[in-house]
Design a protein around this ligand. Sequence first.
Ligand SMILES: Nc1ncnc2c1ncn2[C@@H]1O[C@H](COP(=O)(O)OP(=O)(O)OP(=O)(O)O)[C@@H](O)[C@H]1O
Length: 263
Amino acid sequence: MIEFAQVTKSFTQRGGSGGGRQVHALEKVSLSIAEAEIFGVVGESGSGKSTLLRLINALETPSAGSVTVNGINLASLRPAERRAQRRRIGMIFQQFNLLSNKTVAQNVALPLSLHRRRTAQGPRPPRGRAQERALQMLDFVNMGAHASKHPAQLSGGEKQRVAIARALVNEPDILLCDEPTSSLDSQHTDEVMATLLRVRREMDTSIVVVSHELEVIRGACDRAAILEAGLLTGIVDIAAPAERERFNSYSERARRYLEGETR
Ligand SMILES: Nc1ncnc2c1ncn2[C@@H]1O[C@H](COP(=O)(O)OP(=O)(O)OP(=O)(O)O)[C@@H](O)[C@H]1O
């Protein structure tokens, strides 16, 4: 489904003296993520997690190596094909990114109406169908009763479930989640993660979850990649007891780091 082969992504960072410094956000990363897998990505700040997500939805291109999604090397796509490919991928964020002046149902329908405007030919979903589809997705995330509210009237967990409905409205094969529960309390975190588990179970969506919350990764993911300073230092099979031990030992190091960082 998603294949990284020896992927390096470098950026040139401008120094004060005018000279550019090369930073390897990712270095020779190889991994593959299966259909209907929930795959975690953990690592300290600056370890390359966001870069990895941005490579999957073709917002970045590799400096070396290749990223393949459904057998297609993303570097081979022309701009229009790249946009079409991006529609096959949904994304949710820590801050939900809902439009405050639109209702919940309008937020969820938005990707469909954007699609209608951008598509020159081919099937265009009629406006009524878009509304119907948005309501179906809201029912799926148990938010059907809130369709005509505005985002400000919802709790954080409810906003994230609306964001999930919006990310799924185009029926993507892949859902990318960037710190999906980092601004939620534990009850809302559980609700959001239960929703993601349902998405995988009922839609066979591959889900990639970047999170610094190790409990979230441990609780929901099948496997998790550990990134340290751009290097993939391990892929842990969370379900296997021996491997779990490895994740726990990483967790200890990471927890110490995160606690040190936030104090
Ligand atoms: N557009 C860019 N230009 C220059 N450097 C960049 C760019 N994007 C990322 N980097 C650098 O690449 C490295 C990895 O960044 P990335 O955002 O992928 O890390 P991260 O693990 O997601 O961090 P965080 O948890 O803080 O979001 C960092 O050193 C960052 O400064």
